[in-house]
Each structure stands twice: as C-alpha cells, then as structure tokens.
Design a protein around this ligand. Structure first.
Ligand SMILES: C[S@@+](CC[C@H](N)C(=O)[O-])C[C@H]1O[C@@H](n2cnc3c(N)ncnc32)[C@H](O)[C@@H]1O
Length: 325
C-alpha cells in the first residue's frame, strides 16, 4: 500500500515524547493529524495502547495508514473535542498521557480546496470536517451582519482594521458574494493601509485566523477539551498542549493556573475554607518553544508553545475516575 501523502512535520516532537510519564500505558492523541506525534510515542512506549481522534477525515486516513504497524493502536475515531466524553465512555478508559496539538495541519493549509490559505486560490470553506460541519467561511461572510463580522474579526483575529474590513465585506457582497480565498485576501489587502502592512506578514492573516476559529468553533472546542482532559487523566498522568497563537495559549495557561490554585477563598482569609484542592502542577513556568534548528527546518514551529500539566499522583475523592473504582 502506498503511503498517502500528508504534508505535516510534527512540532516539538522530542519535547512532546519526553513529556509523557515514564511507563505510560494508555495514550490519547486528540489531534492525530498525520500521526507524527503518535508514531513517535508508540515507538517509545511499545507496550502502550493508543486512542486517537481528529475531526478531519483526511487526517484520519493518513493516521490509520501511518500507525497500521503498531498493535497498540486501539481506536482511531472521527470526532471533535466536544465529543471526547462520549468516546471516553465507550472506551471506558482514562489516560496516562493526553496530547492536543491545536490548530490546523500543514496538510490542511496546503490543500487549496480546503480554503484555509490566503496564498492559494480556493473556495472560502475552512471546515475541518467538511462532511458534518455545515457553515463555511463564505456563508459567514455572506450572512452575518456588519456588526457581527466586525466583532468576529476583533475577537478572534485581534484585527486592528476590523471595522474597515467588515464594512468593505458588506459593501462588496451587495454586488457579488465573496467566493474564493483570493477574493477575501485581496479585499483585506486593499483595506489595510500600506503603512500598516508588515513585511513577511500578509495583511489577511488575522482575518483568515478569525474566520477559521469561527467556522470550527475553536474557543468552545478548546474549553471542552480542557474540561475533558482534567477529568480523564489518571493519577500522575500528564496533559500536553501545543498552541500556535495567544487565543489558543491563553485559555490553556488560565486553566492550568486554576487547576494548580483552585482555592476560591478571599485573599484576606487566614485559612482556606472552600476546601478546593490543587489537581496537579504545571510543569513549566514558561512554555517550551522550538530551538533555532527546528525553526530552520520547520518554520511553522516558530510560534509553537508547549505546556504540560501533571495530575496529582493521589487524587481526591470525587475528582477522578480512578479514585471511584
Ligand atoms: C496541528 S495538527 C496535528 C498534527 C499532529 N500532531 C501530527 O503529528 O501530525 C492539528 C489537527 O487537529 C485537528 N483538530 C483541530 N481542532 C480539532 C477539534 N476541535 N477536534 C478534533 N480535531 C481537531 C485538525 O483537523 C488537525 O488535523
């Protein structure tokens, strides 16, 4: 069988593998992609079982192929983070190591027909799961109000020229819908004043990011992922999350902090009365980032941030599946 071509180099590979607990037995990869991380994990933990999901059917096909030789691969399912509780119940499993490598893969970006890239002409789609997700980026641009588009660009793109871009989109669609990635990229390029355009940074970058986040409901998905993972780590288990921009990294950092310091008592109380205990510890103060060599080989790794959280070895009653067994 020939290898399906999946154009994606896993980032921070050695660092991810090193962050899994020694003797990990049950692994969960929530973002299989081309399964580069999963493959390296299975090479190191040859007796482990691996469960994996991805919402993109192309990624699943590539993962199944790449992981075919590993007997430990127990389940590969098409699912989004919101569906993880359903699958974990079916698998009846909690995990020593959970990995989430957020965002899109290079494969998704490189396929013009998926509509993620402003550099290649394609339909304005951006759905990671084109079969089960309904709304495309083109539909959002055609159907939302100017106010909603503006808010979306501000919130998910942190786009300074959101009002101007939203206005131009609404004006454009009064004559003709925005259909292709190039339609949108060129519109943004016209709207953002030249003197604010940075070298080596396409002015439509943040607009595309915002639309991708909205199409795929990424903030809700990340919240669901974090809710799920803390409940489904075994005592001493670890969660590793790789993010690529601040809107992904921020919720991860905040949740890790809450898990470490869940006490809700007013700071002037001499003793804790809320009784909320730390669920574990964040293993780094600062995220792990790629070194110069990796950035040279894989420029996408430049913005990668890896954070790892370790669940307490002893879990408190009611706070973990294992302690209920
Ligand atoms: C950066 S890639 C992962 C690459 C992978 N670690 C590898 O080694 O090839 C991110 C993957 O996560 C998937 N993904 C993103 N958001 C998701 C979600 N909410 N639920 C499930 N999969 C998601 C994407 O479809 C994509 O394939």
């Amino acid at each position: 069988m020939s290898e399906p071509c999946f154009r994606h180099l896993p980032v921070l590979l050695a660092e991810v593998v090193a962050s899994a607990p020694a003797n990990s037995q049950n692994l969960l990869d929530c973002t299989l992609g081309g399964a580069g991380h999963s493959q390296a994990l299975l090479k190191k933990f040859s007796k482990a079982t691996l469960y994996g999901i991805d919402r993109d059917p192309t990624a699943l096909a590539a993962s199944r192929h790449r992981l075919a030789e590993f007997p430990g691969v127990t389940a590969i399912e098409q699912a989004s983070f919101l569906e993880l509780p359903y699958w974990a119940e079916r698998w009846n499993m909690s995990f020593d190591f959970i990995l989430a490598d957020l965002g899109m893969s290079s494969e998704q970006l490189a396929a013009p027909e998926r509509g993620f890239s402003f550099l290649q002409e394609g339909p304005l789609d951006m759905r990671m799961d084109p079969f089960r997700q309904v709304e495309t980026a083109a539909q959002i641009l055609q159907q939302r109000s100017e106010f909603e588009i503006r808010r979306l660009l501000q919130t998910y793109g942190e786009e300074r020229f959101a009002p101007q871009i939203a206005r131009a989109i609404v004006k454009h669609r009064a004559n003709a819908p925005l259909v292709t990635t190039t339609d949108l990229a060129e519109l943004v390029e016209r709207v953002v004043p030249r003197k604010f355009q940075k070298p080596n940074f396409h002015p439509a970058t943040q607009t595309f990011q915002a639309l991708r986040m909205e199409v795929n409901q990424e903030p809700e998905e990340i919240k669901a992922l974090l809710d799920f993972t803390i409940e489904n780590l075994r005592p001493g288990g670890r969660l590793a999350v790789i993010s690529f921009h601040s809107l992904e990294d921020r919720p991860v950092k905040q949740r890790f902090r809450e898990w470490e310091r869940p006490c809700r008592c007013p700071s002037d109380l001499p003793l804790c009365v809320c009784g909320l205990q730390a669920l574990g510890v964040s293993l780094q103060r600062k995220p792990i980032v790629a070194g110069a060599e990796e950035i040279e080989q894989n420029p996408r790794s430049r913005s990668a941030r890896l954070r790892v959280f370790e669940r307490n070895a002893v879990c408190f009653p009611g706070s973990d599946k294992e302690s209920e067994d």
